[in-house]
Ligand binder design. Structure first.
Ligand code: C5P
Length: 232
């Protein structure tokens, strides 16, 4: 699995994202487009960023009945994205339907990864509101295994969970990990953070990095530093 740095383009307009991407005249980073930008600008923003030569992780976290997810995924696959995702909580039937929808007539498809439990969900809210009595990490690993058995390619998780996910689901099962900060950088609202170098040691396949790059005085230098530390 090729290790790479994915830049979270958490902007709310095409203008902002293009001003940011225009700085990258050499290597075109793999970018993550989330709900904010997608809902603001629609599918055209995906086509335009793709046309500029970037790989795209479209982070829309689908979760609906299998038929709806299958049809929505067929549309996203037609946008020629490289990676997209669903909530594992949608169950195996939904994850398998998502895979079917994503698969193009020639058999190719974007990588499909699953969100297990959101990091904003803690054990207490899981127990009280979702009536899940198991420990959080057990739930995360169980959802990861469901995703793997449904044929998905990997999960979004903390770098601290990458090793365990690989143990449970196999070394080829992709871990995409946010919560990355430089050793000398701002932590912001992230709770458990890891440096790019540490994420590499822990076995992450892709790191997702937002503000340490997008809010840096020199975003290209920050990106290159991330790549150097993580990919080497
Ligand atoms: O700016 P920062 O590096 O914190 O951005 C991290 C990106 O990863 C954001 O787009 C955020 O929504 C996403 N993410 C996360 N934690 C998760 C899942 C996704 O930070 N558990």
């Amino acid at each position: 699995m090729g290790k790479d740095v994915i830049v979270a383009c958490d902007f709310s307009s095409a203008r902002q994202v293009f001003d940011f991407l225009d700085r990258f005249t050499d290597k075109k980073p793999f970018v993550k487009i989330g709900m904010e930008l997608f809902y603001a600008e629609g599918p055209q923003i995906v086509r335009e960023i793709k046309a500029r030569g970037h790989k795209i992780f479209l982070d829309l976290k689908l979760h609906d009945i299998p038929n709806t997810v299958k049809k929505a995924m067929a549309v996203l696959s037609g946008l020629d994205v490289d990676m997209c995702n669903v909530h594992a909580a949608g169950t195996s039937a939904m994850m398998k339907a998502a895979l079917e929808g994503l698969t193009r007539p020639d058999g190719s498809r974007p990588l499909l990864i699953a969100v297990t439990q959101l990091t904003s969900t803690d054990e207490e809210s899981m127990r009280r509101e979702l009536l899940i009595d198991r420990p959080l990490d057990e739930t995360v690993m169980h959802y990861a295994r469901n995703a793997m058995e449904s044929g998905l390619d990997g999960v979004v998780c903390s770098p601290l969970e990458s090793g365990k996910v690989h143990q449970v689901c196999g070394a080829g099962f992709v871990t995409v990990t946010p919560g990355v900060r430089f050793a000398d950088g701002d932590v912001g609202d992230q709770k458990r953070v890891t440096t790019p170098a540490r994420a590499k040691e822990l076995g992450s396949d892709y790191i997702v990095v937002g503000r340490p790059i997008t809010a840096a005085a020199d975003p290209v230098a920050a990106y290159n530093r991330c790549v150097e530390e993580f990919v080497g």
